[in-house]
Design a protein around this ligand. Sequence first.
Ligand code: SF4
Length: 54
Amino acid sequence: MSWWRALQDRLAWLWGRLSGGSRFLCDTCKYNYGNACWRPERPNATRCPDYRRR
Ligand code: SF4
């Protein structure tokens, strides 16, 4: 159920923002290392379909 996973990621991101965390998804994304992600929005993505929480 990818919509459920997406919702979880979205809520996790929202929670991070509300609790004073980073406003960028990449900071908590498991693909934010080395060459794992080539998206141009890295490292400052605020929306990303590939985002997965670390
Ligand atoms: S997959 Fe998206 S959120 Fe994750 S590091 Fe790449 S751009 Fe950032």
